[in-house]
Design a protein around this ligand. Structure first.
Ligand SMILES: *Cc1c(COP(=O)(O)O)cnc(C)c1O
Length: 392
């Protein structure tokens, strides 16, 4: 039956469990699979080499793993996608999309700011991409006949700037669009519904949710998923079954965790905006912060991540990071605990000054990913740390 998101998060990818007579998904760690006949092996190999699914046997774990496949089905359901393909990290997923899109040695259009390593992967020349960095308004003009794909992120990391995905897809004019959906999660945003070709997640973040799994996943169409699986068979970058099992275990609570983090961010954002040590707060839920009106339409809510600039610049940001006792001074996001990090010094250090400036990443900026603690405890901790740098 058609189910709503909370129900889907609990039940997705578990259809075969009743017939198996088990309640928790089996964790299959086999690297090879005994064949019932040679025919089963060759049929399955042919199907998987073409990017399809096994015909009776997984054959070898780089080709297919049932534990991983269950989680992929669940993510596809939550993204309203045909299929999803999982990887050992978000960056492995990003690399796989670039390879599958034929971006190696070709032209790519990218919109800043992007996650620091995505920016650096494109900029470094490692894959031989020729990159045009476009503003949202300049996108249509930047696209060429030889453009392999458009890469963008909304909400953007770390400035939380939102992009209108429908407008972006229109501006791309038929060139496929990759959107990093990590910050929104499929609970708040389903890019494929808006015409986007690939929706990518660092599942290391909210999808895992507990700070103990590295993973990546891409939701897309049947054809694009086949191309991704072909790349994955050839290059590896696999998601470990144990990690997939943990990800699937975390999925039923994803909507609850996203909603709780969002509620907390929604309380902290205006308090930070009123604080004398804070110059600016970047959070799409604040008045005036969503000029395109995308919260409530493209995105179901503003999410659980915010950033803020301190009047005291780099020194003040370093001081707050050092002073917090409850908040965890650490990169990453979407964990059970609230994480606070310094984009210019950490996640976006690698991209270089120009890209940081172009992306609006200032030396006094901190990024906060709300966890599941009591918001008043978080505010007590944050306010005490901010008071120290206000006096300085
Ligand atoms: C963390 C992150 C990535 C990279 O994912 P890994 O799992 O660390 O490889 C990509 N995009 C965004 C938005 C991220 O936050």
């Amino acid at each position: 039956m058609e189910t709503r998101v909370h129900t889907a998060a609990v039940h997705a990818g578990r259809r075969d469990l009743r017939d198996l007579g088990v309640h928790a998904p089996p964790l299959d760690r086999s690297t090879t699979n005994p064949l019932t006949s040679l025919q089963v092996g060759t049929d399955s190999l042919d199907a998987m080499a073409a990017g399809g699914h096994p015909q009776g046997s997984s054959v070898y774990a780089r080709l297919h793993n049932p534990t991983v496949a269950r989680w992929e089905q669940a993510i596809a359901r939550l993204e309203s996608a045909d299929e999803a393909v999982a990887y050992g990290s978000g960056m492995a997923a990003m690399t796989a999309v670039l390879l599958a899109a034929g971006a190696v040695g070709r032209h790519v259009v990218a919109v800043r700011p992007l996650y620091g390593c995505t920016d650096h992967l494109l900029q470094s020349g490692l894959l031989g991409c020729e990159v045009s960095w476009a503003t949202p308004d300049g996108l249509a003009a930047a696209v060429r006949p030889d453009t392999a794909l458009v890469v963008a992120e909304t909400p953007a990391n770390p400035t939380l700037r939102l992009l209108d995905l429908r407008a972006m897809v229109a501006a791309a004019g038929g060139v496929p669009v990759l959107v990093d959906n990590t910050f929104a999660t499929p609970i708040l945003q389903q890019p494929l519904q808006l015409g986007v070709t690939w929706s990518l997640h660092s599942a290391t973040k909210a999808l895992s949710g507990h700070g103990d799994v590295m993973a990546g996943v891409v939701a897309t169409s049947v054809d694009r998923a086949a191309a991704l699986r072909q790349v994955r068979i050839l290059t590896g970058g696999l998601l470990d079954p144990q990690a997939a099992w943990l990800l699937h275990r975390s999925l039923p609570t994803l909507p609850l965790r996203v909603e709780a983090a969002q509620a907390t961010a929604g309380v902290l954002a205006p308090r930070l905006a009123d604080h004398p040590a804070v110059a600016t707060v970047h959070y799409p839920g604040l008045p005036g912060a969503d000029p395109l009106g995308l919260v409530g339409t493209q995105m179901a809510g503003p999410g659980g991540v915010l950033a803020f600039d301190l009047h005291g610049g780099y020194e003040a940001a370093a001081g707050v990071l050092k002073a917090v006792e409850l908040l965890t001074p650490a990169v990453s996001l979407g964990s059970t605990d609230t994480l606070l990090q310094h984009p210019a010094g950490l996640t976006h250090r690698i991209v270089g000054d120009d890209a940081r400036d172009a992306g609006g990443i200032t030396p006094g900026m901190l990024r906060l990913s709300a966890g599941l603690e009591d918001v008043e405890d978080l505010w007590t901790d944050l306010a005490a740390a901010l008071a120290l740098v206000s006096d300085a």
